[in-house]
Design a protein around this ligand. Structure first.
Ligand code: SF4
Length: 366
């Protein structure tokens, strides 16, 4: 199956392009108090290390809007200010150097206020995300179309397009759109319909998706279905967790669809009655290491020496252990046998060597 990407307009958030032929970008949002500059910068730096490409911060008050400047100075990825209701905060955040803003124009208090935000956005060359979600739909639209469901998302779509038209009326076209819902099928239906109506880039997401397992499953199903149909230009996986996990899930999602790859892919067996080592803790150690790596290697962690190498023969390097001995294998062939207690150290050092080789070859190729 080949994914054919929907053609969208290209916009820029700071130095990251969204839409058109640009890579589908992975975003996250901080959960620190934005006014606490030190904590917010520290969290964003961790997100940067995990590969996050655009970060959003909540701007609920003036203190947060002013803090945007110092935060911006302390990070390298583009920063988006998330604003509800208060047009002045949107203007202040842009004056403070925000690379983008997320608003729901219908909530800003009238066309005059929207026009002020648009003026500032044009002046600072800042794009706007029209961020509608199922909880913020205007009353008249709810009355006309009802609450969005898997079968009918007209209220959500009409709300987004109405807000887009409000910006266009003020001469603004640097727009991306999101229509988030907590329900997977409503999300899939809504974005599918919306993609037929507009060529503005789409920011995907399932709102309030849940904790690590439920949130990952909901986001992966909804975003996976949409991305596999070529819909979506950027996204955030929302989790009630450390936002770093959102970024990890985001890249795994892109990797699983063969859209983008960042860092090694970890393959590990589910274990069975043949397992003779503590595979869970071995897999955890290897996972922690590969999360800091960038080389696109396939790394396997298998529970037995008899079947492990064969079952993971596509892995560039793998480890399998049992009964006091472990083996390290490459492409299905045994490379080295070692005592189990030395297994992890020898494996890690070989893995690092392979990453170094990859790094050297990618630098010389540039
Ligand atoms: S690799 Fe070995 S331990 Fe793991 S599932 Fe396969 S047979 Fe079982």
């Amino acid at each position: 199956m080949m994914i054919v990407r929907r053609q969208t307009k290209k916009i820029r958030v700071g130095n990251v392009a969204i839409g058109g032929d640009s890579p589908i970008s992975v975003q996250s949002m901080t959960n620190t108090n934005t006014a606490d500059i030190e904590a917010t910068v520290a969290q964003i730096r961790k997100l940067e290390d995990a590969g996050c490409e655009i970060v959003r911060v909540a701007v609920p008050d003036q203190e947060a809007a002013v803090a945007v400047r110092a935060i911006r100075d302390g990070i390298t990825i583009p920063l988006i200010a998330d604003i509800h209701f208060d047009a002045r905060l949107a203007v202040m955040a842009m004056e403070s150097g925000a690379d983008g803003i997320r608003i729901n124009p219908g909530n800003l208090g009238g066309e005059e206020k929207v026009a002020k935000v648009v003026d500032a956005a044009l002046c600072h060359r800042v794009p706007i995300r029209v961020g509608v979600n199922s909880g913020s739909i205007e009353k008249d639209l709810l009355k006309k179309y009802g609450f969005p469901t898997a079968h009918n998302t007209d209220s959500l779509i009409e709300s987004a397009m109405r807000n887009v038209r409000l910006l266009e009326k003020s001469g603004f076209r640097d727009i991306k759109i999101s229509i988030k819902s907590t329900d997977v099928l409503t999300t899939v239906n809504g974005y599918t319909q919306l993609s037929k109506l507009t060529d503005y880039p789409l920011h995907l997401g399932v709102t309030e998706a849940g904790g690590l397992i439920a949130g990952t499953v909901k986001s992966s199903v909804a975003l996976g279905l949409l991305l596999s149909r070529g819909i979506g230009d950027t996204f955030r996986v929302s989790l009630t967790r450390d936002p770093v996990e959102e970024v990890r899930v985001g890249f795994e999602l892109l990797r699983s669809l063969k859209i983008r790859q960042r860092g090694p892919e970890l393959i590990s067996c589910p274990t069975c009655g043949r397992t003779r080592i503590d595979l869970f803790s071995l897999a955890e150690k290897v996972e922690a290491l590969v999360q800091t790596m960038e080389a696109p290697l396939k790394v396997a962690v298998m529970g037995c020496v008899v079947n492990g190498p064969g079952e993971a023969r596509e892995a560039d390097i793998g480890v399998a252990g049992g009964n006091g001995v472990g083996i390290i294998f490459k492409k299905g062939e045994i490379w080295k046998k070692v005592a189990e207690k030395e297994l992890i150290d020898v494996f890690m050092s070989e893995l690092k060597k392979m990453e170094h080789e990859w790094y050297k070859s990618s630098v010389s190729a540039e």
